[in-house]
Design a protein around this ligand. Structure first.
Ligand code: PLP
Length: 423
């Protein structure tokens, strides 16, 4: 089984002549076309908005492309808020969904006019104190719901009871009531209970769960929610034989639930928001690396000049990332390899027992579906430097959207001069 590439082996050789490997390469055309398809499917809901989960690919150029396609930004930290500010995603185009949040982060979110989505009932007071000199609580608040034993979650996020996120059901009702008493008029409701899920019915169930809560909130507290945020969690078909989620199917099924619960209970219009990250950027980013050594011991190893410090998903989650050996796309995959990096860490492997064409030193590998949680999860273990990020434009030109780190960057937080007086 193969996966399509938006560039050819000769084209990649040219890019490599200008930029040393390893590097990330993002496909602007693919990113835009998919973003349009995504938005189109859910535009059957008036006021639909997707907030791109910035943590997936916190690069302002990628964010800017998505902004042009009509997406907002889902931020969870001060740095992510600043990235949004830098590209001019402001006000209610920002969803600030954090968890164990510091005051300076809430302050920044509020100053940018972001929608603040609280993770815990105690954060109502914390936010009120934080914003005391800013005029108090915002006019719009959203709460994150954790259904606990009422839902099963999925393999990645796990059992909601064990998840650190969100309000319990009881806290949710108490929280809305408290905020009503404090004079807040505009409310949203959020949940995020699944991750990297390819079964479309999970998303429909999640929407129905939130719609049912919207009905109960109206009945018990007289609250008419302004929006529900279904969270992210749509999966990437990392394996070549996996099926992508059919957005039209999800949108149409959610619409049936909307009519059944929202329209009939006079809660229409209720805006539908989503905050997907992985599926938006994941398939449109590639990690490009060169094979520097072949090694044959008890197994056959392909040694690359990238490491799990560039892409840690395989080591962290045992994730599958498809690998193309450039120029050998049509050769039989009759060799079995572990594809490794150079870290002093035996799980520094991009693939284990992978069937690939015969590889020799000097070959170039393209590691697929690395556009989300790829570069962004990078780290500096063993003094490895973060790679550059390149954008393949629609006219096939290349734009460097982040330079590679240098040793000066790596040592910037050390003061070697201090060693002179240290004994
Ligand atoms: C990570 C995250 C998302 C995005 O999840 P994906 O799996 O990338 O779609 C959305 N919302 C919150 C609160 C998150 O933490």
């Amino acid at each position: 089984m193969t996966k399509k590439l938006p560039f050819s082996a000769p084209q990649l050789s040219e890019i490599k002549a200008a930029y040393p490997t390893p590097f990330y390469l993002y496909d602007e055309k693919g990113l835009r076309e998919h973003a349009r398809k995504f938005k189109q499917a859910f535009s059957i809901f008036p006021g639909f908005k997707e907030y791109f989960a910035v943590k997936a690919t916190p690069n302002p150029f990628i964010m800017k492309i998505l902004q042009e396609e009509g997406f907002g930004a889902d931020c969870s930290s001060l740095a992510e808020l600043i990235l949004s500010e830098q590209i001019g995603v402001l006000g209610e185009n920002i969803m600030f969904t954090s968890n164990d949040t510091e005051q300076n982060e809430y302050l920044k979110a509020h100053k940018l006019g972001a929608i603040i989505n609280l993770d815990d009932i105690r954060h109502i007071d914390y936010l009120e104190q934080t914003l005391a000199s800013e005029g108090g609580l915002p006019e719009l608040l959203c709460f994150r719901y954790n259904p606990g034993p009422l839902r099963e979650g999925n393999a990645i996020i796990g059992d909601p009871k064990e998840a650190k996120y969100g309000f319990t059901r009881e806290q949710l009702f108490t929280g809305y009531k408290l905020c009503q008493e404090k004079g807040i008029k505009r409310f949203g409701l959020h949940t995020m209970i699944i991750s990297n899920e390819l079964n479309p019915d999970f998303f429909v169930e999640t929407a129905a769960m939130l719609f049912e809560l919207a009905v109960e909130l109206k009945e018990q507290l007289g609250i008419k929610l302004e929006f529900v945020n279904l969270g992210g969690g749509i999966g990437v078909p990392y394996l070549p034989d996996q099926q992508a989620v059919d957005y039209d199917y999800v949108a149409q099924q959610v619409m049936l639930e909307y009519q059944r619960l929202i329209t009939t209970n006079d809660l229409d219009p209720l805006k539908i928001y989503m905050e997907c990250g992985r599926v938006i950027a994941g398939p449109y980013g590639y990690l490009i690396t060169d094979v520097i050594h072949m090694k044959h011991t008890y197994k056959d190893y392909v040694g690359t000049n990238a490491t799990m410090a560039n892409l840690m998903r395989p080591a962290l989650y045992g994730s599958y990332h498809h690998i193309s050996v450039m120029g050998k796309e049509n050769q039989p995959t009759d060799h079995r390899y572990d594809v490794t990096g150079s870290l002093c860490e035996n799980n520094d492997k991009f693939a284990i027992d992978r069937q690939l064409p015969e590889i020799s030193a000097g070959d170039t590998l393209t590691i697929h579906d690395a556009g989300a949680h790829g570069h962004s999860m990078g780290f500096n273990y063993n003094g490895k430097l973060r790679s550059a990020e390149l954008l393949l434009r629609e006219d096939n030109s290349i734009l460097e959207i982040r330079r590679a780190e240098t040793l000066d960057d790596y040592f910037a937080t050390l003061d070697f001069d201090k060693l002179q007086t240290f004994d």
